[in-house]
Design a protein around this ligand. Structure first.
Ligand SMILES: *Cc1c(COP(=O)(O)O)cnc(C)c1O
Length: 367
């Protein structure tokens, strides 16, 4: 009998599954540790906002009902926040689902997709699953080489993924660099601007990308409630685009792709300004705390504007990662991003960062 895997499309056969951060419960099971700190998946160390928890509790009694498939309330809230029309918003089961909807709507086995070396791992996955060809453009100093990405465009290019800031490097692109890039991309090539971490960025030259939507119908901006809004476990993200693009994405999505609790939670999360401010303040302080420790340890890092930082251990990082796990610290190895000497650390609370720093110092003293 033919093997099942031989029946899958050739793109899917070549797929390598995404490896997430190790769940705390798994490490507990494996090593029997009691105290574990997970700084591996860029989750919000504050936990969800109290207002969001209350909103979820208030909606529990209605769980027997299907959610609003058009998400009227959340789209209205987002459209008011961003001064856009509701028909420019598409909701996804995490912004990752939007990336997949884009691939499903626009890619065939003939298509090419451009993204940068060291860019977010979901771009190659959705490209490969669609059977399309990835054109990976070498990074410059870990950041996107936009000129190189422009030069990689051919008649077959359908999508370009641009992460701003990028995960796992934390690098960002300026307003000027991106506006020149958008002006040079042919109109039949779709630019996906992934802004999963934009709430954390405080740089003056970071773009206000929404203003570009009027000019560029080929632009899709993706954002998420998983990071700064602390709702990674609920799975909800969105895209902003021209109405025609949103219409296409809405055709391929499942009718109830966002669950009722996620919709209710996200709507309330948008109003909790204080939580967002606390999140950003905690992140800034934690970023500083980690950089000071890396300076002391003479470890270089990649300057990051996100809620994580990739540190260069100046040797293969996998043994150090294993040793950290044995001390109850889960961080993210990034060898699969062609960064075998780095580990990516999500910024935690002051105490979590301290726990990590102590473990790292102990591990490095041992090697
Ligand atoms: C975390 C992340 C996302 C968002 O993932 P969700 O599916 O919304 O949880 C998107 N892009 C990048 C670069 C990320 O790091």
């Amino acid at each position: 009998m033919q093997s099942i895997s031989a029946l899958a499309t050739s793109g899917v056969q070549k797929l390598v599954p995404y490896q997430g951060g190790k769940p705390v419960s798994e490490l507990q099971r494996e090593l029997g540790l009691t105290e574990i700190v997970k700084l591996a998946s860029n989750e919000n160390p504050l936990g969800p906002s109290a207002k969001v928890i209350a909103a979820i509790q208030a909606n529990l009694a209605d769980l027997s009902l299907y959610p609003d498939g058009n998400a009227f309330a959340l789209k209205s809230a987002l459209s008011e926040k961003y001064k856009l029309n509701s028909n420019q918003i598409t909701l996804g089961n995490g912004s990752n689902e939007i990336l997949e909807l884009l691939a499903r709507a626009f890619l065939t086995t003939d298509s090419e997709v451009i993204f940068s070396q060291h860019a977010f791992a979901v771009y190659p996955i959705v490209t490969q699953a669609a059977g399309a060809t990835a054109k990976v453009v070498p990074a410059i100093d870990y950041g996107h080489d936009l000129s190189g990405m422009l030069a990689a465009i051919t008649e077959k290019t359908r999508l370009i993924f641009v992460a701003n800031p990028n995960n796992p490097t934390g690098t960002y692109l300026t307003e000027q660099a991106l506006s020149m890039f958008l002006a040079a991309v042919p109109e039949q090539v779709i630019v996906v601007l992934d802004e999963a971490y934009f709430e954390y960025v405080s740089k003056d030259d970071y773009p206000s990308s929404i203003a570009w939507l009027v000019q560029y119908p080929n632009l899709v901006i993706t954002r998420t409630f998983s990071k700064a809004y602390g709702l990674a476990g609920l799975r909800i993200g969105y895209s902003l685009s021209c109405p025609a693009m949103a219409d296409i994405l809405n055709r391929v999505r499942q009718p109830f792709n966002n669950n009722a609790l996620a919709l209710a939670a996200a709507e309330v999360a948008l109003t909790d300004v204080e939580y967002l401010q606390q999140t950003v303040a905690l992140n800034n302080a934690g970023m500083q705390q980690l950089k000071e420790a890396f300076t002391e340890l003479e470890l270089p890092w990649i300057e990051s504007v996100g809620n994580f930082i990739s540190v260069d251990l100046k040797r293969d990082a996998s043994a150090i990662n294993t040793a950290l796990l044995h001390k109850g610290v889960i961080v993210r190895p990034v060898a699969n991003y062609e960064m075998p000497h780095h580990l990516r650390i999500s910024i935690g609370t002051q105490a979590q960062n301290e726990f990590f720093i102590r473990a790292l110092k102990a591990v490095l003293a041992d090697v």
